[in-house]
Design a protein around this ligand. Structure first.
Ligand SMILES: Nc1ncnc2c1ncn2[C@@H]1O[C@H](COP(=O)(O)OP(=O)(O)OP(=O)(O)O)[C@@H](O)[C@H]1O
Ligand SMILES: [Mg+2]
Length: 198
């Protein structure tokens, strides 16, 4: 079982989009479940509304022990892939997620001043990597191919973290903007899924 934690303390970076699209992509070949640490339950709601048939659980880290739960999931071996969605501005949720993840995915939006807060997420990931050197981290550029100069700046900032920036990027698209609650489509996240599992 592999755990993918999607983190960025910046709101609106594309965490929920990444979780639901990657869950859909992974579910074509693997047994997938989603843990949604965001009290607004956007991943859970989307997966239920779209009828994706992917088990999705709203998980409150204040009420329940995430580490114990993930350990139990690893032992039960009912799933190949766990994707964790995290809320904005909740450092505890992000850090706890990083402490149980095999792969951290950090979506960063172009032109949304996301890079201004990237330092916080970078520090969190590096703290987690000190304790768990096996944790891999990747940056996913979101809202790409729209503002080339800003995209270059975003990539430059992202590379300063030292984490690899994925070649696969998610373009800014109306279909993505309006994707919530619908069956996720689009090749871009398929490419992301391949690249983070290489
Ligand atoms: N590639 C894209 N193209 C166009 N719109 C996008 C794209 N990615 C995300 N969006 C839009 O940006 C908003 C934020 O996306 P999303 O909810 O995935 O971010 P988030 O990081 O989960 O936000 P939060 O921190 O509030 O949970 C959504 O309204 C979504 O429709
Ligand atoms: Mg979200």
């Amino acid at each position: 079982m592999k755990v993918y934690g999607v983190v960025n303390v910046k709101g609106g970076a594309g965490k929920t989009h990444a979780v639901v699209h990657l869950a859909r992509e992974a579910s074509l070949t693997r047994r997938v479940a989603v843990l949604d640490l965001d009290p607004t339950r956007q991943s859970v709601n989307w997966i239920e509304l779209a009828g994706l048939g992917i088990p999705a659980l709203a998980f409150d880290i204040k009420q329940s022990d995430l580490e114990a739960y993930v350990t139990q999931l690893r032992q039960e071996d009912d799933f190949d892939v766990i994707l964790i969605d995290t809320p904005a501005n909740d450092r505890d949720a992000a850090l706890e997620t990083l402490m149980v993840s095999d792969i951290a995915l950090v979506p960063v939006g172009v032109g949304t001043s996301d890079t201004g807060m990237l330092g916080t997420t970078e520090r969190q990931v590096k703290r987690a990597q000190q304790l768990r050197p096996e944790l891999k981290a990747y940056i996913l550029i979101n809202r790409a191919r729209f503002a080339p100069a800003r995209e270059r700046d975003t990539v430059t900032e992202a590379l300063k973290t030292g984490f690899p920036v994925l070649d696969a990027r998610i373009p800014l698209r109306g279909e993505y903007q309006a994707a919530a609650g619908k069956i996720p489509a689009g090749l871009h996240y398929g490419e992301v899924w391949k690249e983070i599992n290489r």
